[in-house]
Design a protein around this ligand. Structure first.
Ligand code: 3HC
Ligand code: NAI
Length: 699
């Protein structure tokens, strides 16, 4: 049953009971209407309480129903709210924990609202690329005032219930009472009181929107939002809908809101945002690791290596209140690592993000050491030493000797084989890859690399821990580059081939940045250091002699142009300035390289640049899925959204491919495969199969 109905001495209690968050799916909506009718028809009932079981009043419309006929099937949320609002018997919404989206809209249809303190109140629809579609843009401004409401609607940010009670924020009148004690009992008592009063009972829709200069304020809001919203249509539509209500009254405003909602749900931006919402939650679910797998307790962490990555990794745990023992080989390295951590925290204090006293508290959670003995009690040890198998071997053999039984041993390696690292120990089941991204204290992505013997409870523990340290964790099988770097290698290969064939770095970067990437491949490479890619390629030439690469990047590196750190790379840089200036010298070098290798340069259009870069990701992503390295397409998208600057409004490479249509992706790949450098395109069989079935990666 999605809704429970009980009676208590003249009061009917309608309880939403649709775990996990009482989403307002079809069955729940129908249950509410049925409960309302039952209460109307029972002469013994004088008032109705509407509340939610479990961990929410309601998290809003059921997002899984969007784009399905169920979402539009009667009773729609609009019908439910109308039934509540038009009830002759007063309806009291009793809100605890969460009232969001349609949940809040439903409560706004009630005649009275009570709330427990600490409840999160929001209209978060904008975060899903839509706007409140069941009266939120019309009723919230009438309940709490134009400015506070518009702010909530446009940002989607939650506000605590205590700030929205009658005596809280100026103008706010969302809640009639805040209830410190038993909400259920208080709601029954309140309902009996108003049930005894003569109607009609107050309706939010009948309140006036009062503002000294509504038009001016709306214009101001529109100007501020326009710059921020850029590629997302929803925020400006929120303003339009609120304005429609202010100018033309409730009913016309409501009709306009509906129109905007229906249009926005269909946009690729909304699809992308909803995909990311579910993708983030789905990533933590591993198909063969049941949700109730017991987890190991992680109370103390050890980090080995206090360099670029080790320091950032340590900060993640400290920020979550988990003490860290940080091990280095030499005192100077340890001191340097600690100084960097302190400097990072000091910068946070300067920006007002951290209180000065919190800085010392965090530093106090680090125990620096040069001795492995100090890692004996660690529950998890993360290795972040030099990227050399020999060094990793030394460390893991030593860890095997000293770590307590059951401790998880993790490597932050970005390119080495986690199975080989695990084999350096007598406990490969406890070994896992934890591939953080740089800067590790900032980047959201964590690739959790599952070795062939990694135990299920180790995976479950690491996934849970990732949530605690606020990372988006995605499981990857063992392969060269894991999910993210394996795909980016194909993208960079294409970028370099295009230089050989006629493009220049600035053109490639401009095209892909226009598509929405935070940074094009050449600016990115200059920032990371071209020598890193060079070292990887040298290894590739040995390991995969049959694979063909453009050698233009090697030629650049041979001149010492490693990027920003050497004052020049693909671009020129001026001292103290990170702006990338196209380099005449490099452009000439590229043209000369084409000539030397006998390639006739041609004009390459922006569309081709974008297709070759993005479809290179898609094609490799499809192979990663086929090989089971990633268990679902949305995992790959989460890697790209959180670790590689793929534009959120496109939802990641795999969803983007679905949007384009795999039929079209396949045709484009076959076309590029027939061009010079076409050897780089080995069409993933999965793309052809799905395309033939008219399906996409996401169904
Ligand atoms: N519909 C369907 N499922 C939902 C949902 C919703 N509105 N909100 C959350 N869920 C599911 C999640 O997918 C997750 O499922 P899982 O356990 O199978 O992975 C489960 O509920 C728990 O979610 P969280 O892990 O996010 O749990 P938290 O306790 O951390 O957070 C929450 C709870 C604050 C409600 C958070 O889930 C959230 O922000 N949800 C989105 C709320 C939202 O955007 N509502 C607006 C919907 S659109 C709308 O109402 C349109 C209307 O205007 C017409
Ligand atoms: P780094 O050179 O900045 O730091 C390595 C640190 O390890 C140094 O401080 C060194 O003194 C210490 N060290 C070396 N041998 C040691 C040993 N036997 N015992 C204890 N400490 C030792 O290197 P960085 O960049 O931090 O990389 C570390 C690991 O993280 C590598 O495996 C690398 O592939 C991986 N990684 C690096 C990323 C990056 O962007 N830099 C991103 C993701 C992973």
């Amino acid at each position: 049953m999605a809704v429970d109905y009980t009676t208590h001495d003249g009061v009917a209690v309608i309880t939403l009971n649709n775990p996990p968050v009482n989403g307002l799916g079809l069955a729940t909506r129908a249950g509410i209407v049925a409960g309302m009718e039952r209460a109307q028809n029972d002469p013994a009932i004088t008032a109705i309480v509407l509340t939610g079981a479990g961990k929410a009043f309601s998290g809003g419309a059921d997002i899984t129903e969007f784009n399905s006929p169920k979402a539009m099937q009667e009773p729609t949320l609009a019908t439910v709210i109308k039934t509540v609002e038009n009830s002759a018997k007063p309806v009291v919404a009793a809100i605890h924990s969460v009232a969001m989206g349609g949940g809040l809209e439903l409560a706004l249809g009630a005649h009275y609202r009570l709330a427990a303190p600490g409840a999160q109140i929001a209209l978060p629809e904008v975060k899903l690329g839509i706007l409140p579609g069941a009266g939120g843009t019309q009723r919230l401004p009438r309940a709490i005032g134009l400015e506070a409401a518009l702010n909530m609607i446009v940002t989607g940010a939650p506000v605590l219930s205590e700030k929205l009670a009658h005596h809280g924020l100026a103008q706010s009148g969302l809640f009639d009472e805040l209830v410190e004690g038993d909400l259920g009992q208080a709601a029954l008592a309140f309902a009996r009181k108003v049930g005894a009063q003569q109607g009609p009972h107050p309706k939010v829709r009948e309140r006036k929107i009062e503002h000294p200069n509504a038009e001016g304020f709306i214009q101001f809001a529109r100007n501020s939002v326009a710059g921020l919203a850029k590629n997302f249509p929803a925020p400006l539509k929120c303003i339009d809908a609120v304005e429609a209500g202010v100018k033309n009254g409730f009913d016309k405003g409501l009709a306009f809101e509906r129109e905007c909602f229906v249009a926005l749900v269909q946009t690729p931006e909304s699809r992308a945002l909803r995909h990311a919402f579910f993708g983030e939650r789905a990533a933590s679910k591993i198909p063969d690791v049941p949700a109730d797998t017991p987890v190991r307790e992680i109370a103390r962490v050890g980090v080995i290596g206090a360099g670029t990555m080790g320091g950032g990794i340590a900060m993640n745990f400290i920020n979550a209140g988990i003490p860290v023992t940080l091990l280095e080989t030499k005192q100077e390295a340890l001191d340097r690592g600690l100084a960097t951590i302190r400097k990072n925290y000091e910068a946070n204090v300067k920006k007002g993000k951290l209180k000065p006293e919190a800085l010392e508290a965090r530093m106090a959670l680090i125990t620096p050491t040069l001795s492995y003995d100090d890692l004996k009690n660690a529950d998890l040890i993360v290795e972040a030493v030099f990227e050399e198998l020999g060094v990793k071997e030394q460390v893991f053999r030593r860890l095997d000797e000293i770590a307590r039984p059951g401790a998880i041993l993790a490597s932050n390696t970005s390119t080495l084989d986690v199975n080989r690292i695990a084999a350096f120990t007598k406990r490969p089941q406890d070994v896992v890859g934890m591939h953080f991204f740089s800067p590790a204290n900032v980047m959201k992505l964590l690739e959790v690399v599952r070795g062939k013997e990694t135990a299920k409870d180790v995976l479950a523990t690491v996934m849970k821990l990732a949530k605690k340290i606020k990372k988006t964790a995605v499981v990857s099988g063992v392969c060269d580059g894991f999910i993210g770097n394996r795909m980016i290698e194909q993208y960079i290969r294409q970028a370099l081939f295009m230089l050989d064939e006629g493009a220049l770095p600035a053109q490639v970067d401009r095209a892909i940045e226009k598509f929405g990437f935070a940074m094009g491949p050449f600016r990115m490479s200059d920032l990371a250091g071209n020598d890193i890619g060079w070292a990887i390629r040298k290894r590739r030439y040995q390991e995969y002699p049959e694979m063909q690469y453009s050698k233009i990047a090697d030629r650049l590196c041979e001149t010492g142009r490693f990027g920003q750190k050497t004052g020049g790379g693909w671009y020129d840089y001026k001292a103290g300035d990170r702006t990338a200036y196209p380099s005449k010298r490099v452009d000439e070098m590229i043209v000369a390289y084409s000539k030397d290798t006998g390639i006739a340069r041609r004009k390459i259009g922006d569309e081709e640049i974008v297709e070759r870069l993005v479809f290179a990701l898609v094609n490799e992503g499809a192979k990663i899925l086929e090989e089971g390295i990633a268990s679902k397409a949305s995992d790959i998208d989460m890697v790209y959204l959180t670790g590689y600057g793929f534009p959120l409004y496109r939802g990641g490479p795999m969803l983007y491919a679905d949007t384009v249509g795999l039929y079209n992706v396949e045709r484009a790949i076959r076309r590029y495969a027939a061009q010079p450098n076409g050897h780089a395109w080995q069409l993933a069989p999965g793309i052809a199969e799905l395309a033939a079935q008219g399906r996409g990666f996401n169904g």
